[in-house]
Design a protein around this ligand. Structure first.
Ligand SMILES: [Zn+2]
Length: 347
C-alpha cells in the first residue's frame, strides 16, 4: 500500500530573496521601488508584503511576490484547497460554503474557474506523454438534461485517465476516428477492453495488441454455458465442460482445441428462416471463442498487460459519480475537463 502525502503549498508573508531576473529584459540589477501590503484570500493570513523593483537595464518596474502568492486575489494554498474540496466530491457551491466556514470568502464561480484551469494543466501535461497500454471503457453520464455516451482512455501504467471523448463505444467508425490520433500521439500498442465487437474491429484495423477483460469473458461465457446446460442434447454436455475448463485455464493452444470441437459438432441443419437449434448455437460459440482466443491471452505475452479492465473501471466510476453532481456545464470541453479532473487521483 502506498502512503499518501498530501501537502498544501506554503505561503510566505514576505519575500526573503531579491528577484533573479527582470521579467521584461532578463536584466539582473534592480533598485527597490517601494512596497505595498497586498490583501490576500487565504485560510490563515490576510495580507502579504510585495516589493516593487525597478530594473536598471530597461527602467521598468515590476512586483516581486512572496512564495505562494501572485497577482491573483487568492493564495496558491487556498486555490489548491478549494480544488481539493471539489475533487473530494463537493459541488462548487458547497466548496464555497465550507470555505466561508473557515472565514474565507471565495465565490463558487472562482472555484469553477480554478477547477477548469487545473484540469487544463493536467491535460497539457498528458498531451505528449508516452503511454503503451490503455484501458478503454464507455458509459453514459448525465449532461444537458440527457444521458451522454462517453468513452474514457486510462493509462494502465499509472491508472490515470488520459483522454475523454463523447462517443458511443459500440460504434466502430467513431471509435477508430477518436482512437487513431491518440494512438499516434502517445505510441499506444495495446488496448484492454470488454468484449464489444467494435473494439475487436478497431484493434485489428489499427494493428493493436488487444486484451479482452477476463471478468467479462467469464461472465458471458458462464451465462451462455448455463443456458446450454438446459437446452443442448445430453450427449453433448461434455463439450460445455470442455469450454469451461478452457476458459478457466486459458491454454495458449485453446484456439485449436476449440476449433477441433467445432468440427466435431454436426453442421447446420435448420433452414435459413428457422431459428438456430441449441446445438447450432453452441457451434457458433465455439467458433467465436476460437477466433477471439488470442485476445483473451494477450496478457500472457507481457507482465505489464493486465488481464482485466478493473484498473479502467476505477477512474470511470469516479467520473460517473462526479457527473451526477456536476451541473451548469455549458460546453463539452468544460464538462470534459471537469470529469477528467474528477477521475485523476488527488496525489
Ligand atoms: Zn529590465
Amino acid at each position: 500500500m502506498s502512503i499518501v502525502v498530501l501537502k498544501l503549498p506554503n505561503v510566505k508573508r514576505q519575500k526573503e530573496e531579491r528577484p533573479r531576473g527582470c521579467p521584461y529584459c532578463a536584466g539582473e540589477t534592480f533598485q527597490r521601488w517601494g512596497q505595498v501590503s497586498k490583501p490576500v484570500k487565504d485560510m490563515w493570513i490576510r495580507n502579504v508584503r510585495v516589493y516593487r523593483y525597478r530594473c536598471c537595464g530597461c527602467k521598468r518596474t515590476f512586483r516581486h511576490y512572496p512564495e505562494g502568492s501572485s497577482r491573483a486575489d487568492q493564495t496558491e494554498r487556498l486555490r489548491v484547497f478549494a480544488i481539493l474540496l471539489w475533487r473530494l466530491g463537493l459541488s462548487h457551491r458547497a466548496s464555497s460554503l465550507i470555505l466561508s466556514g473557515l472565514n474565507v470568502w471565495v465565490s463558487f464561480m472562482t472555484i469553477w474557474r480554478d477547477v477548469q484551469a487545473e484540469a487544463e494543466q493536467i491535460q497539457k501535461r498528458n498531451q505528449w506523454k508516452p503511454v503503451r497500454i490503455v484501458g478503454l471503457d464507455g458509459a453514459y453520464v448525465l449532461g444537458w438534461g440527457a444521458k451522454q455516451p462517453v468513452l474514457v482512455a486510462v493509462d494502465l501504467g499509472t491508472g490515470e485517465p488520459l483522454a475523454l471523448g463523447y462517443l458511443d463505444e459500440s460504434d466502430p467508425q467513431a471509435l477508430q476516428r477518436w482512437l487513431a490520433p491518440l494512438i499516434q500521439r502517445h505510441g499506444i500498442t495495446v488496448i484492454v477492453t470488454d468484449d464489444l465487437s467494435s473494439y475487436k474491429r478497431v484493434a485489428e484495423n489499427l494493428q493493436l495488441g488487444h486484451q479482452v477483460c477476463q471478468f467479462h469473458v467469464r461472465r458471458w461465457v458462464g451465462k451462455a454455458l448455463q443456458e446450454f446446460q438446459e437446452t443442448v442434447p445430453k450427449e453433448w454436455l461434455w463439450v460445455l465442460e470442455e469450454i469451461h475448463s478452457l476458459i478457466d485455464l486459458l491454454p495458449p493452444d485453446g484456439s485449436k482445441t476449440l476449433y477441433a470441437l467445432w468440427k466435431q459438432l454436426p453442421g447446420r441443419q435448420s433452414k435459413r428462416e428457422q431459428p438456430r437449434s441449441p446445438l447450432e448455437q453452441l457451434r457458433d460459440l465455439l467458433l467465436r471463442l476460437s477466433q477471439d482466443w488470442h485476445s483473451y491471452c494477450t496478457f500472457q505475452s507481457e507482465p505489464q498487460i493486465p488481464r482485466t479492465s478493473r484498473a479502467t473501471e476505477q477512474p470511470m466510476g469516479k467520473m460517473k459519480m462526479r457527473a451526477r453532481t456536476v451541473r451548469g456545464y455549458k460546453s463539452r470541453p468544460g464538462m470534459q475537463s471537469g470529469l477528467l479532473l474528477a477521475a485523476t487521483s488527488i496525489v
